[in-house]
Design a protein around this ligand. Structure first.
Ligand SMILES: *Cc1c(COP(=O)(O)O)cnc(C)c1O
Length: 388
């Protein structure tokens, strides 16, 4: 049978109904599960029975979300975590040994940078940054202890892309496990597993929920890698709550229509911003002026919901734009129905030194906009006064 469209799978990939034959998946708020006999319980613990043991391991709502996410991402196995960062930490913690080395593309998410630079070194794990847009330079960073290649595309907030096909070839050539944070694209816009990624992480807090309600993380990958990751997660306990899994699984039913609308509005906003007198530069993967436009068209279905732009007036102009907004909200989150404005240099990326910020393209006048689902004309009307 031909594989169904992602829209169909995101809706119809659903757990079997209970005896009530309910149409929409119910919520299983139970920490543990029971067994009809001591023998059945022993069988399940030995990995043979059908039953579910305990919600730190799995739960019907969490299992439904994982099955749906695997179907969309094209992966064999998964685990759901309480936040995107617990997924990122588990992806690294489960796979490194003392003394190992990681190659990562510069401009990974801020907390991922903290794990690489402040936490993993406690166990003797070191890392080297490489430039995301220069794959030819990556082999020079590989040592005989390099085990993992960690990347993120498009990056936050620079919207730099990593060529997934070249990254896959690089990882195969050097025997590295290939890990991608696919948060900005979602599996609807981009599927890293098609390029050989072994493990994909998500902050489901963002576009996957898409409505700014719950935190969540996903780890999705090939069975062999996920066996190690699931062992690590089951015993260290970053499990997602059944409630959050129920919310996010419902949200995924509208992922494709939401992302189509976010991408359409984001492109319209990017084109409009280029014409505003106060705007110096606009960054968006599907703008022909983006230096990796061709690559974006090759590996992404559309450009995503994030647009960043630099204001001619620097930090003062950015503050003024954020302060005069009455519809768009000032928040650090992204991937919501509501349009959100962030000034990375003084908030999400204020812990970086000015030199580190410059290296990932965060200028003092840079504004990150997560384009919501309000009418584009209303978003433009809200920003117009601040862009003169
Ligand atoms: C937000 C984000 C994370 C962290 O996710 P949380 O759910 O906030 O823990 C990781 N990677 C990227 C790219 C993000 O945008």
């Amino acid at each position: 049978m031909q594989e169904k469209h992602p829209s169909t799978r995101a809706i119809r990939e659903q757990m079997s109904p209970t005896g009530y034959r309910e149409h929409s998946t119910p919520l299983f708020l139970t920490s543990s599960f029971t067994f009809p006999s001591a023998e059945a319980m022993a069988d399940t613990f030995a990995g043979q029975g059908e039953g579910i043991i305990y919600s730190r391991y799995n739960n019907p709502n969490v299992d439904e979300l994982i099955a749906k996410a695997c179907s969309l991402e094209g992966t064999e196995a998964g685990f759901a975590t309480a936040s995107g960062m617990s997924a990122v930490f588990a992806s690294l913690g489960a796979l490194v040994e003392q003394g190992d080395h990681i190659v990562a593309t510069r401009a990974v998410f801020g907390s991922t940078h903290q794990i690489l630079s402040q936490i993993l070194p406690k166990w003797g794990v070191t890392f080297t940054y490489v430039e995301p847009n220069d794959p030819e330079s990556w082999p020079a960073a590989v040592t005989d202890r390099t085990r993992l290649f960690v990347t993120e595309t498009p990056s936050n907030p620079g919207l730099q892309l990593v060529d997934l096909e070249k990254a896959g070839a690089f990882c195969r050539a050097h025997g590295l496990t290939f890990i991608v944070d696919n948060c900005f694209a979602t599996p609807y816009l981009q599927r890293p597993a098609d390029y050989g990624a072994d493990l994909i992480t998500h902050s489901a807090t963002k576009w996957m929920d898409g409505q700014g309600r719950v935190l969540g993380g996903l780890l999705l990958g090939c069975a062999e890698i996920m066996e190690k990751v699931i062992f690590f997660c089951r015993h260290t306990g970053p499990a997602m709550s059944p409630f959050n899994a129920w919310v996010i699984s419902k949200s995924l039913e509208t992922l494709t229509v939401r992302m189509d609308a976010h991408c359409r509005s984001a492109l319209a906003m990017a084109e409009w911003l280029m014409e505003q007198p106060g705007v110096e530069k606009v960054h968006y993967p599907f703008l022909p002026s983006h230096p990796q436009y061709e690559l974006a068209r090759r590996q992404m279905r559309a450009g995503g919901g994030i647009v960043t732009f630099e204001l001619k007036g620097g930090e003062a102009a950015a503050r003024q734009l954020l302060n005069q907004a009455q519809l768009c909200t000032r928040s650090s989150n992204l991937g919501d129905t509501r349009t959100i404005l962030t000034h990375p240099a003084t908030t999400t990326h204020s812990k970086l030194s000015p030199a580190e910020r410059a290296a990932v393209g965060i200028t003092d006048g840079l504004v990150r906009m997560s384009v919501g689902l309000e009418a584009v004309a209303d978003i433009q009307a809200d920003l117009e006064g601040g862009l003169q």
